[in-house]
Design a protein around this ligand. Structure first.
Ligand code: GDP
Ligand code: MN
Length: 381
């Protein structure tokens, strides 16, 4: 789960990372009030979960409250990479002498939490990685020992930070480390970290990505979820206990098991189709969850056919088949459905499905081919 900048900064601040606290506003008038309260020049920043807000016109300086109101009027409602800005952060403007990049990331390839640092801050790190990879330092943390003092010093030297700021940097780096581990994050990024004209170290922008699976341990962080920025279908799926990711294709997939769901998507592609989603209804799914899955899939107007692929182990095939038939009768929109149920009681399942006029398939290849074909017929009609 990605957190907005102001939320990320809140977490960093709790762990002692220096930030300039600001206020959020959802109207230009509120932005003016915030600027008045702050006094002096401010920066008005779009709170959206995408990078490159600066380039897209989502970060603007203002020297007076009136100007802040004007900038907020320009930014609120702005479309940045497909997201409409609803909230801005108004914060005291910093005067920047130098920008740096600093992050902790769970690097799955390295199987370690890794520090990433660069003196080329402000720009996206992917860009630096492409154009100037030697400007990036990567340091793996020992999974048992964690961040060590010599590593902190090494980062400070690599960044060529002024000697008098090394202590402050150590505090910041520790804070970033504590925020990362304390919130079970996958990423905690400060870009830019800056040295100001008056020689202070600050986190000017922050981005924290949390591990969804660890969120039950952090109700306070779960409360930071921004529902405005999530697909409504993904919210509904989470509430129904279904793993779901929306994609852009036309074939809705309903599968039990994440591995089988991925294999199913691969075979849809192989058959010349495009999956509309990843969906895992989980083990032992009953009729109500099947019904919820149908609603979520059909909520996507792009879906022209549904491929249902169930492996019955403990889950009984006939029960799932009855669930499918029952749920289907309650749907407001209908599309061709191809069902493959194998495993426990699959013969009984087949009989139930055939009686309900559902297309059945024995093999997954066959099922994928039939679903792709059905989706094309649906489109032509
Ligand atoms: P991003 O573009 O989404 O990463 O948003 P950032 O918060 O990183 O802002 C982009 C750029 O705007 C930064 O790299 C800075 O150069 C500039 N910026 C942001 N905040 C301030 C500020 O308080 N003062 C000044 N002078 N520049 C700022
Ligand atoms: Mn940034």
């Amino acid at each position: 789960m990605k957190l907005q900048e102001y939320r990320s900064k809140e977490i960093l601040a709790r762990h002692g990372v220096p930030i300039v606290a600001g206020r959020t506003a959802t109207t230009p008038e509120e932005a003016r009030e915030a600027a008045t309260e702050i006094g002096g020049p401010v920066v008005v920043k779009a709170q959206v979960l995408v990078g490159g807000r600066g380039k897209a016109g989502g970060v603007k300086l203002a020297s007076t409250p009136e100007e802040a109101e004007g900038r907020a009027r320009e930014i609120i409602g702005l479309d940045i990479k497909g997201t409409t800005v609803r909230t801005v952060l108004v914060a005291p403007a910093a005067t920047i002498a130098q920008e740096y990049y600093l992050a902790l990331i769970l690097d799955r390839a390295a199987r370690a939490v890794t520090v990433i640092a660069s003196a080329e801050g402000g720009v996206e790190i992917e860009e630096t990685a492409r154009t100037n990879p030697e400007a990036i330092l990567r340091l793996r943390l020992d999974p048992l020992i964690g961040l060590q003092e010599h590593q902190v010093r090494r980062v400070a030297f690599f960044l060529d930070l002024p000697a008098e700021l090394r202590r402050d940097f150590a505090t910041l780096m520790r804070g970033l480390n504590d925020a990362f581990f304390g919130s079970d994050a996958d990423l905690a990024e400060i870009n830019p970290m800056v040295v100001t004209d008056d020689g202070k170290l600050l986190a000017l922008d922050a981005k924290i990505v949390l591990d969804e699976s660890a969120l039950p341990r952090h109700p306070d962080l779960e409360a930071m979820r921004d529902l405005n920025e999530e697909e409504p279908s993904e919210i509904a799926a989470r509430e129904a206990g279904i793993s779901f990711i929306k994609l852009d294709g036309t074939i809705g997939c309903m599968v039990n098991g994440a591995g089988l769901a991925m294999a199913t998507m691969d075979l849809v592609k192989l058959a010349g189709g495009e999956p509309a989603n990843f969906l895992d209804i989980g083990g032992g799914a009953k009729a109500d969850r099947v019904a919820a899955a149908f609603r979520i899939i059909l909520d996507d107007p792009n879906v022209k056919a549904i491929l249902i692929n169930i492996f019955g182990g403990i889950t009984r095939g006939d029960e799932v088949a009855r669930g499918i038939v029952e749920a289907r009768s309650q749907l407001t929109r209908d599309v061709p459905m191809v069902v493959r149920i194998v495993g426990t009681n699959s013969e009984e399942a087949k009989r139930i499905l055939a009686e309900a006029n559902l297309i059945t398939a024995d093999s997954l290849d066959d099922a994928a081919a039939k679903a792709v074909e059905a989706s094309r017929v649906g489109t032509a009609a």
